[in-house]
Design a protein around this ligand. Structure first.
Ligand code: NAI
Ligand code: SF4
Length: 442
């Protein structure tokens, strides 16, 4: 049984409420940090832990914190990115819904380390019921002296505010999120400057994902060195994976990053295999923005070793062979699923969510959707497959934010690994049309 650092108490009845959380060891890490550590010592522990950001990019958290500019007399902000919108990703929702005090404790320790007295949780609009849960927990934390002025006599002040998004995927991109938080339209800014230097209201800002901030609690509880021993190499600690698609037991799992992909999919401790004994066809292991990978490459590396659930192993060989850990949104496709249809559905999503600032993304995503729709509906030509390849190549690396790459990569990987399926649609137009009967909205 793998070690659990985040979800170890998730099963305790009433853990959502302050009294139960506190009785079960809650706020012990905050107490330790505020009473016996300096902000720099907290940052040092986070650096030692080797924990990488859990939102998708995997940037080392301690390093990001150390980039925060600290000009005299200028406020600093911590922003919790709870705009979890990546298709297939729902782990942060689980944390916020069932363990809101774990997040608040993590925010408190992190704000203390960064010297931020105002912290925002920016939550996606579709998580309509969760702000109430967070606000109730924030009120409880205030009442019990964990927020507000002079927290637990430490001299440190902190207020946390919850801000609801309005349903735009792009507002999960940190600079678009900041724009939205400032009351403007959520469009990404050009980086640099990074938020660590010029973020919210042009002040130094750290933007971290929900899971990243929650993981600060166990890091302080057990110490950075101990945390770093869990997992393999630069994939330190535990990671939440939201598993969905053709699985017997979809759900949110906390894994130590030392198990194989095969174990994660097939063992009863995790996903319990594919329903009805079907064959595994492909998987997107890190949310829709990372490349799809066929079963053979997913389970085994080029060297014939088992592929592991780590940042390095999943990314082995780049996206040509491996893929990425991303946000941990693990989407499984069995042998009955159509990769072309699946790719069309993603292309449609990215076209809809493009903010329209850069032409390769604005025009390219729509173009890819159109071409894919033709192929899927049996109206495509062989040359359309090359056209599709060409369009995605022209988007990748030519846009302001990663949404362009995220739209291009799934198309590239689908053609690279499943070109025969695209060709089948062109060669069997009647059958392709018949399969889509009644599904015209796609
Ligand atoms: P990124 O690699 O540009 O940045 C990572 C973080 O490090 C950012 O906070 C950035 O400000 C910071 N950083 C990097 N270099 C820095 C420097 N020199 N100085 C100061 N700070 C620096 O990636 P980004 O845009 O934050 O995330 C992209 C990923 O997000 C995608 O790969 C995807 O997996 C994931 N994603 C997750 C979603 C979700 O719902 N969880 C939704 C969409 C995408
Ligand atoms: Fe907007 Fe797309 Fe450009 Fe990102 S890549 S800034 S979403 S147009």
């Amino acid at each position: 049984m793998g070690r659990k650092l985040l979800l170890d108490k998730a099963h305790i009845e009433g853990i959502r409420y302050y009294d139960v959380y506190r009785k079960n060891g809650g706020y012990a890490a905050a107490e330790k940090a505020l009473k016996s550590m300096s902000p720099d010592q907290v940052t040092e522990e986070v650096k030692k832990s080797g924990m990488r950001g859990r939102g998708g990019a995997g940037f080392p958290t301690g390093l990001k914190w150390s980039f925060l500019a600290k000009p005299e007399g200028v406020p600093r902000y911590l922003v919790c990115n709870a705009d979890e919108s990546e298709p297939g990703t729902f782990k942060d929702r689980y944390l916020m819904e069932f363990l809101p005090h774990l997040l608040i404790e993590g925010l408190l320790i992190s704000s203390f380390a960064l010297g931020a007295n105002t912290t925002y949780i920016y939550i996606r609009g579709e998580y309509a019921w969760i702000p109430d849960i967070l606000e109730e927990a924030i009120a409880e934390a205030h009442k019990n002296g964990w927020l507000g002025k002079n927290i637990q006599g430490s001299g440190f002040d902190l207020n946390i505010y919850v801000q609801r998004g309005a349903g735009a995927y792009i507002c999960g991109e940190e600079t678009a999120l900041i724009e939205s938080l400032e009351g403007k339209r959520g469009t990404p800014r050009i980086k640099p400057p990074f938020p660590a230097v010029k973020g919210l209201y042009q002040c130094p800002t750290v933007v971290n994902n929900v899971e990243t901030l929650a993981a600060i609690v166990p890091i302080i509880n057990i110490g950075g060195d101990e945390y770093a021993k869990i997992g393999i190499g630069k994939s330190a600690g535990t990671k939440l994976i939201s598993a969905c698609g053709n699985l017997n037991k979809p759900g949110v799992y906390e894994i130590e990053m030392n198990i194989s992909v095969e174990e994660f999919i097939y063992s009863d401790e995790y996903c319990g295999g594919i329903p009805n004994g079907k064959r595994l066809k492909a998987c997107i292991p890190g949310g829709s923005s990372v490349p799809i990978v066929p079963a053979n490459l997913l389970l085994t590396t080029a060297k014939g070793e088992k592929r592991m659930m780590t940042y390095e192993s999943l990314n082995d060989g780049g996206f040509a062979t491996g893929t990425m850990m991303g946000s941990g949104g693990f989407i499984v496709l069995d042998e009955d699923q159509c990769v072309v249809r699946h790719t069309l559905s993603l292309a449609r999503f990215y076209h809809h969510e493009s903010c329209g600032q850069c032409s390769p993304c604005r025009e390219g995503t729509g173009w890819m959707e159109k071409v894919l729709k033709n192929i899927e509906h049996g109206k495509g030509k062989m040359s359309d497959i090359d056209l599709l390849w060409d369009i995605q190549r022209k988007i990748e690396g030519n846009t302001i934010c990663p949404l362009g790459d995220a739209a291009a990569w799934p198309v590239a990987a689908a053609i690279r690994h499943f070109r025969d399926e695209f060709e089948w649609h062109v060669l069997h137009p009647d059958e392709a049309q018949r399969r889509n009967f009644g599904l015209a909205h796609y």
